[in-house]
Design a protein. Structure first.
Lengths: 556, 424
């Protein structure tokens, strides 16, 4: 009834088939969603873009599972969604993905994302304890810790970085490996991740392509000078763990009341720096930690705590998170790269970015709320198919993204791993919890390339190149996923459905969230003939092909 | 399982006929079926190639190629003379000293990117990082331009050993580096089923792949199909032997050194001989902010010296140096001053690279730095000039322009000018 009414409205408004007006109208009673729709649509009108039609229910269900909880939907989840007659069914699904039932998978997915952000793909050594980092992240994300507190706990962490040791605090792993050379990495990464500022180049000199100045780098760096990473040795000489502590900073001039540091200009002159935030706010120059003198006078300051407070108050703080999450869900942020919000790099949708950031702050930095707004918005719900009206909207060409269609991108390696477990209905108990992450981490290690610099830079070969395709063709994980053994996924599919057509459809739903097309049915039939009645064998071939397809590996 | 050696011709042909039935891969598969007739020796036809020795982290070139003995921060190393007239290099490079008549040093590199990731991108592409375009790296450019001279090549035309290099940018994933470790371990080559069945699976895959492409969802869908095609071609190729360094005689392996970089350089030679137009070999560990001198003299330089000298000598002896450009470079140099930890920090303003082979003039020094090493006192050269020089040495036209995805023409090597002193 309602949909019929809306169709009439669309017809009156002169909009042909496609349904985009319906989608724009739909904001589930959430003002932030309406705001996104309005802002993005204004960008289309500016350059006369015709948005893509809405994605099919199957496509949308698949992408929202991948992006929120890091895996494709199970056939049951998919069918429940497709069968749901409610006009609010998208909101209901998002409620479930952000709710209690999915909190473990949500936390697991975002632990992967944040671990890579905070300590890289390869960070696990005598200074950084990867599993300690993951343990802290998993807890914080599972309870949807407000994002300002999340940042504050990471930036101000003290304690021991390894689980099981007395005084354990996994959050210390963010900074534990970044304090060498007076905390250069701590400075660069804190600014990059929490403020979207790329300051690493300004360490040595003012940079022609960056508005940051060299003094700002060192003034920011001064906030980390009370912090030390102490090695804790075990019975042997081996390093057991690292403890992050704060202690008085005596200053490079030896006067803790005015604890300064020096840095070198390119011309060789030395300059002095005290803790000053990027917006010019200076804090006490004292290097003493807070204390009370005999006469009751307070002295000293806790530099990292001051820093966390200044970061939380900065307008860049929520913007950096909004931009990162927008990039995660829409395939492109408002800036490229997503963690460069400097003045030299103007965003594609400045008002939308600022407006969402304000709302995020007003909602007490509730990250799940922000996720809800983005995934229920119109641009997130559009088809990835290009049409005449929006073919020009392709950020791969270097144009700013207009989000008039959903941009293809490849699953992350972690998403592929979880999706294969899901699609093959692998034992659910095996797929959950921090223990399950060990085989996954081992599998992921094959794709990591470390660059061997002090910054610990790394990259992944899980990037659509030949080694990835080889792994998908012949790797152990795929061998398991396509195994024909008794009681396995394919065997159960054969037992569960009598007809080949039904079996085929089940495979397609599990991996691609759609039914097979006629030519695909024909191709599959040829395989059944080739296997001469070996039903499991034929399904094995189909399943191998489905999982190896562009359609499976690309989030669309 | 599919045998991977040369004798497997029949099986291979059978397999490829099946693969050829798949629409997406008709091109590479049928081309390959034809090339099966070619024998291994025919593959060794003369072709141009380039090998980049990538020194990740930023090596201290004033301690290796442009010493400043007597300067207050010149460091403890002495110079030794070399097989090239008037060229002296570091005492810890004695084997390279005997090969310098094949190589030339550019002592007048002057760049502005002193951050690892930015410098790495800039030296690999000739462009500074840009928010709107991803530029293709050396490997992608050279492979793209030279792949047509080796139509019988099954191996990826851009191989990166021991490191990730930099990607293909707007040229697309089909030109991405094929990353292998220095042992040449190639994972997941064994398809585990008979080739006929594998071919049938590929037909099924083509049906799905083509349908998705036809729906016009954007570049990544097509890129995937192209990479699948290249993978199919690679999997069954007898040319895979080129990765097997262990097949070299023991004494040859020893000459290159028992190190990752040594094996990488030896593999580079084998790959170039097999027809691969671009190989990068990575040697990291040059980010020496502390204790630089013992690190260089005890570890980094001996490993480098042995492998690099063996590679140059081998290519020269085999007569392929004239067709193969060698480039030794990192993302920047290191400060001419020594810091409080006995290290040197990042420095891009004045540093050196080494080139040789192909069309390069040999045994010369280009440019000069001041007595303290802090300034280039001759004409300075930038990353794009070095890249233009390498392309010039390979006979790749510098008039080549690419069309970036936005349709804008992009000059090859960012319009850099070849370093004139390297050509006579």
């Amino acid at each position: 009834m309602l949909s019929r009414l809306l169709r009439v409205v669309a017809a009156v408004a002169g909009i042909a088939a496609g349904g985009s007006l319906l989608a724009a109208d739909k904001h589930f009673g959430i003002p932030a969603v309406a705001f996104i729709n309005e802002q993005v649509a204004a960008g289309w009108a500016d350059i006369k873009l015709q948005p893509a039609p809405v994605a099919t229910d199957g496509e949308w269900c698949r992408r929202v599972h991948l992006d929120v909880i890091g895996r494709v939907p199970t056939v049951d989840e998919l069918e429940a969604f497709l069968a749901d007659p409610s006009p609010n069914k998208q909101a209901r699904l998002v409620d479930r993905l952000l709710g209690e039932d999915s909190s473990e998978e949500y936390a697991s997915n975002w632990t992967d994302v944040w671990t890579t952000l905070l300590i890289g793909r390869s960070g696990d050594n005598d200074r950084v304890n990867r599993s300690g980092m993951r343990q802290w992240l998993r807890r914080a994300l599972a309870r949807n810790m407000p994002y300002d507190q999340f940042m504050q706990e990471l930036v101000t962490a003290t304690g021991v970085n390894k689980a099981g040791e007395p005084g354990f605090n996994g959050a210390t792993n963010f900074l534990a490996g970044k304090l060498e050379e007076n905390g250069l990495q701590a400075t660069a990464k804190t600014a990059q991740i929490f403020l979207g500022l790329q300051v690493q180049c300004t360490q040595c000199h003012n940079h022609p392509f960056n508005t940051g100045r060299q003094n700002q780098f060192w003034e920011f760096n001064a906030f980390f000078r009370q912090t030390k990473a102490l090695r804790r040795f075990g019975g042997t000489q081996e390093i057991q763990a690292v403890e992050l502590v704060d202690e008085d900073f005596r200053g490079e001039g030896g006067n803790p009341e005015q604890a300064e540091l020096y840095y070198e200009l390119r011309n060789g002159l030395m300059k002095v720096a005290y803790p000053v935030f990027i917006d010019g706010t200076a804090i006490s120059a004292s290097g003493y930690l807070p204390g009370v003198m005999a006469d009751g006078t307070r002295f000293g300051t806790h530099r990292r705590r001051e820093l966390a407070g200044l970061i939380a108050a900065s307008p860049l703080f929520p913007r950096a998170q909004v931009n990162r999450l927008w990039g995660h869900f829409l395939g492109h942020g408002f800036t490229r790269p997503v963690d460069d919000l400097g003045d030299h790099n103007p965003p594609s949708h400045p008002e939308l970015l600022a407006g969402l950031a304000d709302r995020f702050r007003e909602h007490s930095f509730n990250t799940k709320e922000l996720v809800r707004w983005i995934v229920l918005s119109q641009p997130y719900g559009l088809s990835s198919r290009a049409s005449k009206g929006n073919a020009t909207d392709d950020p791969a060409t270097g144009e700013p993204p207009r989000f008039s269609r959903f941009y293809l991108r490849q699953m992350r390696a972690e998403e592929l791993y979880q999706s294969l477990l899901t699609a093959t209905e692998a034992d659910a108990a095996n797929a959950k919890g921090e223990k399950a992450s060990r085989p996954k981490e081992q599998w992921l290690a094959q794709f990591i390339i470390a660059f061997g610099t002090d910054e610990g830079d790394d990259a992944t070969t899980f990037n659509g190149s030949i080694p990835q395709v080889l792994m998908m063709f012949n790797g152990d994980l795929m061998k398991t996923a396509t195994a024909a053994g008794e009681g396995g996924f394919l065997d159960r599919t054969v037992q569960g459905e009598q007809k080949n057509a039904a079996r085929l459809q089940r495979l397609y739903m599990a991996a691609l969230a759609r039914k097979p097309s006629r030519p695909e049915i024909a191709a599959a039939t040829r395989l059944v003939e080739a296997r001469q009645g070996d039903a499991v064998g034929a399904l094995q071939d189909v399943w191998w092909a489905v999982l190896n397809s562009n359609e499976f590996i690309l989030n669309h | 399982m599919l045998p991977r050696n040369a004798e497997s011709g029949l099986t291979r042909r059978h397999f490829l006929q099946h693969a050829a039935g798949s629409a997406v891969w008709a091109g590479p598969a049928s081309m390959l079926a034809g090339s099966l007739m070619a024998n291994a020796p025919d593959l060794r036809r003369r072709h141009k190639a380039a090998i980049v020795l990538w020194m990740g982290g930023g090596p201290s070139t004033m301690d290796i190629w442009d010493l400043k003995p007597g300067a207050p921060t010149g460091g403890p190393f002495k110079q030794i003379s070399t097989s090239a007239d008037g060229i002296a290099i570091c005492e810890h490079m004695p084997l390279m000293a005997q090969q310098m008549h094949h190589m030339s040093i550019v002592r007048s590199m002057s760049t502005r990117e002193a951050d690892h990731m930015r410098g790495r991108y800039y030296l690999h592409t000739g462009y500074v990082p840009s928010p709107s375009v991803e530029h293709p790296s050396y490997g992608a450019v050279v492979a793209h331009e030279l792949a047509s001279q080796v139509p019988e090549l099954d191996l990826p035309p851009f191989v990166s050993i021991g490191g990730g290099s930099v990607g293909p940018g707007f040229l697309g994933m089909a030109w991405a580096p094929f990353v292998v470790d220095s042992n040449g371990t190639l994972r997941d080559l064994d398809m585990g089923i008979d080739p006929e069945r594998f071919g049938q699976r590929l037909e099924m895959l083509a049906a799905i792949e083509n349908r998705f492409i036809a729906e016009r969802r954007g570049g990544p869908a097509e890129e995937h199909a192209k990479v699948v095609g290249k993978t199919v071609k690679l999997m069954s190729s007898p040319q895979l032997d080129a990765f097997k360094v262990a097949k070299e005689p023991k004494e040859v392996q020893e000459r290159y050194g028992n190190s990752g970089f040594g094996r990488g350089c030896l593999m580079a030679r084998r790959l170039v001989e097999a027809g691969v137009p671009f190989v990068e070999v990575d040697l990291g560990g040059w980010d020496n902010h502390a204790d630089i001198f013992p690190t260089l003299s005890d570890r980094k330089l001996p490993e480098l010296d042995r492998a690099m000298s063996a590679l140059v000598a081998d290519l020269a002896d085999r007569g392929i140096l004239d067709d193969t450009a060698i480039v030794w470079m990192g993302e920047f140099g290191r400060t001419p001053t020594i810091n409080g930890n006995g290290g040197r920090d990042h420095w891009a303003r004045s540093w050196s690279v080494v080139v040789g082979g192909a069309g390069f003039k040999r045994g010369v020094v280009v440019g000069e730095t001041s007595s303290d090493g802090k300034e280039v006192v001759s004409d300075p050269y930038a990353a794009q000039d070095l890249m233009a020089s390498v392309l010039e040495s390979l006979g790749i036209s510098l008039e080549t322009t690419f069309k970036a995805r936005n349709g804008r023409p992009m000059k090859i090597a960012n319009g850099g000018k070849p370093i004139k002193e390297l050509f006579s």
